[in-house]
Design a protein around this ligand. Structure first.
Ligand SMILES: [Zn+2]
Ligand SMILES: [Zn+2]
Length: 276
């Protein structure tokens, strides 16, 4: 049993477009110190609503269909907030970062922001899938087709994301649509998607990248982490995906137990990814 908690590499603040009223960068720092995570990465959403030249979403004429509330990250305001927190909480390691949605479709837009901001941690995420000419949120797909088909579409697009973008280091919430899995009908059966999941994991490992264990999603099974190890994966990142300060470091002890059971350990120092 390890007594050291890993860094929380996936935390949202008031700078995310979907932030609830209680979101707060300073409160999140206080929570990190209270629960004993040694570092946090503030990975606010970097999503785009309008494409630019060089974005696949333009070349392929995909309708971005953003959520009405969606807006692009205010990088200057966000970075100023991080500077202020580093000054106020010198005992906490605070990393800058971003969670980029569908980076393979927004390559030019994303690259322009990343070049300017110089983030420490970049998470790659798939929240929406091109379907019927529109970028469609995963939850909406469950209303259109059997749940298993949604997962197959999702993993196929996730492979395109991993193979089509190297702007991110960590792949976030690998099975994101599970959060919206229908309550009626059969339960989620991970083994039914083993081939699709392994294809994603192989591509991720081939690029020397990192798999996230997301503690907001249903927790990764030891079996899935075993597939990651078998596919050549060497590093794991822990992320609470907190949008409220109280969730920073949430369920990390449980996640650590699962990750350790598969043979991953704390890295070179307490701020590092966990490795094997
Ligand atoms: Zn996400
Ligand atoms: Zn997130």
């Amino acid at each position: 049993m390890s007594s050291v908690l890993p860094p929380d590499n996936h935390v949202h603040t008031q700078w995310s477009w979907d932030a609830p009223g209680e979101a707060s960068m300073t409160r999140s720092c206080e929570q990190a110190l209270a629960v004993g995570v040694p570092a946090v990465a503030f990975t606010d959403h970097l999503d785009f609503t309008v494409g630019t030249e060089g974005d696949r979403i333009i070349a392929e004429h995909i309708d971005p269909r953003p959520y009405p509330r969606m807006h692009v990250l205010d990088v200057s305001g966000y970075l100023a907030g991080v500077q202020e927190c580093r000054r106020r909480y010198p005992d906490l390691r605070i990393l800058t970062g971003a969670e980029i949605g569908e980076a393979h479709l927004w390559a030019a837009s994303a690259q322009a922001v990343v070049a300017r901001a110089g983030f420490d941690r970049i998470l790659g995420s798939l929240h929406a899938i091109p379907y019927d000419g529109k970028l469609t949120a995963a939850d909406q797909l469950f209303r259109r087709m059997p749940a298993g088909e949604v997962m197959r579409l999702y993993f196929a697009e996730l492979l395109r994301l991993v193979e089509g973008s190297d702007i991110f280091q960590v792949l976030a919430h690998l099975d994101f649509p599970r959060r919206m899995w229908p309550r009626t009908g059969p339960p989620y059966d991970e083994q039914a998607f083993e081939a699709e999941i392994r294809a994603v994991l192989r591509a991720l490992a081939a690029g020397g990248r990192v798999l996230e264990v997301n503690t907001k999603s249903p927790l990764a099974s030891a079996e899935l982490l075993g597939w990651w190890r078998d596919c050549g994966g060497t590093a794991v990142s822990f992320g609470s995906d907190a949008h409220q300060p109280w969730r920073v470091g949430d369920r990390f002890k449980l996640a650590v137990d699962v990750v350790e059971a598969v043979g991953f350990r704390a890295g070179r120092d307490r701020f590092d990814f966990w490795r094997r």
